[in-house]
Structures are given as structure tokens and as C-alpha cells.
Design a protein around this ligand. Structure first.
Ligand SMILES: NC(=[NH2+])NCCC[C@H](N)C(=O)O
Ligand SMILES: [Mn+2]
Ligand SMILES: [Mn+2]
Length: 303
């Protein structure tokens, strides 16, 4: 696959999947750093931006405490629309670049991609694993349930979105940067045999080795490779503007190295960058980091 891509940015200003508001401002903050001209100067063709128009308001809301899932109707409606976008872009051979929004948008992004890539590999960068279900969630926040939904575990409105469930096979999924797991998530990782590179593994092996193995799991014998990047995988010192920060994360260089190695692999077919919350910082530090990481993923190098 060519290193130069036709990229379509899809904005998803939605944050009802998270426990606090603000990530809906992420797409604008990231774009404001000058991301598009930077991508163009790398040689990519950048199509007009698409924006999913979610019902991102709690007025007349659907907080559904019976199902244990907060704002389920809004999350499902937003992701249905998003799935249409990513499916159409991928089907035309383009590179979908989704800007969230909270991490519940991965449900729509990947459900759309799965319509085109029958054996999609996913590398999921996150402090968390987002493998809760209505039964195991400590919060009710759907951004903590997106990966389990894609693996076919959870509410029908989420698992069945945009095509048959499951969207992903556990053997094609890799988690990187993990350091905060709920008990039910640990059980699911073990039961499904999901490859999980925790911060401990990154400390021991180094990021280069971790990426080599991650690419083998998600990049070999798959027909597409998606990068789902939760900015809270990076240490809060570098990425303070996010809703659920956890100490002890990826360093600035570890995060960039991971993106550079993915670019070198030539295997990546789509990406999303989520959980940037500009209301939690004053200097746009986290949005700038997000834009930089996207550029590294899409071929920017130091030399
Ligand atoms: N995408 C995220 N930032 N997820 C955070 C999830 C936190 C916690 N595990 C929960 O389920 O509520
Ligand atoms: Mn996440
Ligand atoms: Mn997270």
C-alpha cells in the first residue's frame, strides 16, 4: 500500500460516552494546530473534512439506568452515523482519520471499517482496556465498553451496530500502554486471550520490541490495520488534557516511536485519535501532542 494516502478527516464532536464533558471540543482543538496543512505537506491528498453531527446534549437525554449504560441512545445514534462514514471512505480506498470525541466513537469507526475489512487488525493504545460491559462497569460510561462491544460483548444496540457481531476477533487485537484495569476487564483479557502490553511490558521490552510483536499480531494475516489511539495512553505530564488520566504512561518519545514504527510498516489503513479534552488545560498542549502523533503516524520523520 502506498505511503501517500488520500485522507478523509472525520470529526466526531461527541462526549456523552465519557463521565465528564469536554472531549467534544477535541476535533476543533486538534485541527486548530494546523494539522491539515501539515498532512498536505507530507504529500498526502486531504479530502474535505466530514463532521458527524451527534446529538451531544443531555437535554431530553436518555440516561438509562436500567440497562446500566449512560446515554445509550445518543452513543448508538452517533456511532451509526460514524460507521456509514468510515465504511464509505474505506470502500473507496481512502484513509479514514477520525478525531474524537470520547473513546465510545471507536464503536462506530470500527463497525464501519469492519464492513470493508473482514479481518481487521486493531492496535489499541490506552491507559485502560475499555473492556467493560453493563455487568462489570464501575461507572456506566460507554467509553469504557467500546472494545468489548466490538468483540461482541455487551448491549445489542452497540454490538449489532452497522453489521453483524462481532466486528473484531480477539486474536487480531493488541492493547498497548495499559495500567488501569477493572476486575471484569482482567477476566475478559484472560478469557479471550487478548494480547496486552502493559506499561510493565513496555518498561521491560522497550517500545521497539513491543511494536514489532504488536505488528505481528494485528498486521500479519489481517486485511487492514486500524490504530485506535486514546491520548490517555500517554503520561499525564505530556497529555494532561484528558478526562481519565492515569500516572505512569507512555513517554513523549515512546509514543512517537510507536507511531514512527507504524508508519515504517506501511500497514496502517485507518486511525482515530480520541479523548483530547481542551477544557482541562489552558495551553492546548494535549491537542498539539495529538496532532504531532498523527503526523508521525502518517510519515513525518525527524530527518
Ligand atoms: N476511554 C476511556 N478513557 N475509558 C476510561 C474507562 C474508565 C473505567 N475503566 C470505566 O469503565 O469507567
Ligand atoms: Mn479508551
Ligand atoms: Mn483511556
Amino acid at each position: 500500500m502506498s505511503r501517500l494516502k488520500t485522507i478523509t478527516v472525520v470529526n466526531v464532536p461527541f462526549d456523552l460516552g465519557a463521565g465528564r464533558r469536554g472531549a467534544a471540543l477535541g476535533p476543533d482543538a486538534i485541527l486548530n494546530t494546523g494539522l491539515i496543512p501539515r498532512l498536505t505537506s507530507l504529500g498526502h491528498r486531504v479530502e474535505p473534512i466530514r463532521t458527524v453531527n451527534p446529538q451531544n446534549t443531555t437535554a431530553g437525554n436518555s440516561v438509562n439506568s436500567l440497562s446500566g449504560l449512560l446515554h445509550l441512545a445518543e452513543v448508538a445514534a452517533t456511532n451509526r452515523e460514524l460507521a456509514h462514514e468510515t465504511a464509505a471512505i474505506a470502500a473507496s480506498g481512502g484513509f479514514p482519520l477520525v478525531l474524537g470525541g470520547d473513546h465510545s466513537v471507536a464503536i462506530g469507526t470500527i463497525s464501519g471499517l469492519a464492513q470493508v475489512h473482514r479481518k481487521l487488525g486493531v492496535i489499541w493504545f490506552d491507559a485502560h482496556s475499555d473492556l467493560n460491559t453493563a455487568e462489570t462497569t464501575p461507572s456506566g460510561n460507554i467509553h469504557g465498553m467500546s472494545l468489548s462491544a466490538l468483540l461482541g460483548k455487551g448491549h445489542d444496540l452497540l454490538t449489532g451496530l452497522g453489521g453483524p457481531s462481532p466486528k473484531l476477533r480477539p486474536e487480531h487485537v493488541v492493547l498497548i500502554g495499559v495500567r488501569d484495569l477493572d476486575p471484569g476487564e482482567k477476566a475478559l483479557i484472560a478469557a479471550e486471550g487478548i494480547r496486552c502490553f502493559t506499561m510493565h511490558d513496555i518498561d521491560r521490552l522497550g517500545m521497539a520490541k513491543v511494536m514489532e510483536e504488536a505488528l505481528r499480531v494485528a498486521g500479519d494475516r489481517t486485511d487492514g490495520l486500524h490504530i485506535s489511539f486514546d491520548i490517555d495512553s500517554v503520561d499525564p505530564y505530556e497529555a494532561p488534557g484528558t478526562g481519565t488520566p492515569v500516572r505512569g504512561g507512555l513517554s513523549y518519545r515512546e509514543a512517537h516511536l510507536a507511531m514512527e514504527l507504524l508508519a515504517e510498516s506501511g500497514l496502517v489503513t485507518s486511525a482515530e485519535l480520541v479523548e483530547v479534552n481542551p477544557t482541562l488545560e489552558s495551553d492546548n498542549r494535549t491537542a498539539k501532542l495529538a496532532a504531532e502523533l498523527i503526523c508521525s503516524l502518517l510519515g513525518e520523520t525527524i530527518l
